[in-house]
Design a protein around this ligand. Structure first.
Ligand code: ATP
Length: 363
């Protein structure tokens, strides 16, 4: 079998703070292939963003203290800044929750996409010209080509009237259009891997559904691998092929979305699904009980979910929890699983709609 596009192996990322060491990611492993969408699901503070930022090597001020990240046959944990810059301009793109982080307010949206196209297409000579401070577009036709490509990309991400909007500035766009523009910039470099960290969280449900559907089209039509970070089970269910469930910086369970979200085996995944359903029924008490975070700066032995698990035994606290194969491509970090169905009889297994039906920003 060929090597996956992205392989994350035993990743460990740590922050040194005034209050002690925070182990944000503690031994996370997963892969992403071309043409698949892998979701990272977990509550707030479970290490989703730090995992994503570690892959893109934006984890600052955290440190990758162990493990490896292989992308496009290169080891990223030790890659130089020059290699990372080259990869980010070509093969690896990122989209974050807040589009204003990625957009430059003083350039038009079209110019920002064209710049991304140019970096992607630039030769070694162009990089030297950049170094010497020579103008990015050497002639009018180069600029016209990049502008045409920008219009195509705006159309691809669903921005209406792209010929006119290519000259718009970020402040002239709504939140939904800004996020689409960021996606267009990310796609301008024709990436092999797109890392999308909560890309639709602040958007209304219609815009969210449209952007998620465009991510699926990118997977199907352009064979892009996508790593989608979300705390929203509905988003993961709608969009992903496989899912990695994180808790306290560790993988609790991972496998095909359909299997994990309809027949989860880890008590944490079960509780997460169940609390999400109850939360959509406005049972905030269950949600807040689920969302109570463990202090990541305190050390722990054994399963990080042990204190909140109704099936906990002495073995769960006595040492590292091995990851086992529950089935082909289904990994599980629980010494007590599998459980008999009767044990879970009171838990609901519905998958809620994306975003819990909340309305936020508009397109
Ligand atoms: N700059 C930082 N300094 C110290 N600790 C940090 C820093 N960034 C993240 N952490 C800690 O790392 C852990 C994982 O954070 P992370 O942002 O990855 O969580 P998350 O799952 O993405 O949550 P959310 O959905 O709320 O963003 C948390 O305990 C967080 O407090």
């Amino acid at each position: 079998m060929s090597e996956p596009l992205l392989r994350v192996e035993n990743l460990q990322t740590r922050f040194d703070t005034d209050h002690g060491t925070v182990d944000a990611v503690s031994g996370v492993s997963f892969t992403v292939d071309r043409g698949e969408i892998v979701g990272i699901l977990g509550e707030s503070g479970s290490g989703k963003s730090v995992t994503a930022r570690s892959i893109c090597r934006l984890e600052d001020p955290g440190n990758i203290v162990g493990g490896s990240i292989t992308f496009a046959e290169r080891e990223l944990t030790t890659a130089t800044e020059a290699t990372l810059r080259q990869l980010r301009g070509n093969k690896l793109s990122m989209v974050f929750q807040d589009p204003t982080e990625s957009l430059n307010p003083v350039f038009s949206v079209g110019e920002q996409i064209a710049e991304s196209v140019r970096i992607h297409e630039s030769s070694g000579t162009q990089r030297l010209l950049d170094f010497l401070g020579v103008s990015p577009f050497q002639d009018r036709s180069a600029w016209e080509n990049a502008r045409e490509r920008a219009i195509e990309l705006l159309d691809q991400v669903g921005i209406p009237n792209p010929e006119a909007n290519v000259s718009s500035f970020p402040h002239e766009f709504s939140g939904g259009l800004r996020q689409r523009a960021v996606l267009a910039i990310a796609l301008a470099s024709e990436p092999a891997l797109l890392v999308a960290d909560e890309p639709t969280t602040a958007l209304d449900t219609t815009t969210q559904a449209d952007i998620l559907s465009r991510l699926r089209s990118l997977r199907d039509e352009q064979n892009i691998g996508i790593l989608l970070i979300s705390h929203d089970i509905g988003v993961i269910a709608q969009t992903c092929d496989r899912v990695v469930v994180l808790y306290d910086g560790q993988v609790m369970e991972a496998g095909p979305v359909e299997r994990i979200l309809t027949a989860p085996e880890h008590p944490y995944t079960r509780a997460l699904l169940s609390s999400s359903v109850r939360n959509s029924d406005a049972d905030k008490q269950v949600q807040s009980a689920m969302a109570r975070p463990r202090d990541p700066s305190s050390s722990h032995e054994g399963c990080p979910f042990a204190d909140r698990c109704q099936y906990v035994t002495e073995t769960c606290r006595s040492g590292p929890i091995p990851t086992t194969e529950a089935a082909s491509d289904h990994r599980l970090a629980c010494v007590e699983a599998p459980f008999s169905e009767a044990k879970f009889v009171s838990e609901q297994q519905e998958i809620p709609a994306a975003n819990g039906g909340q309305q936020n920003d508009t397109a």
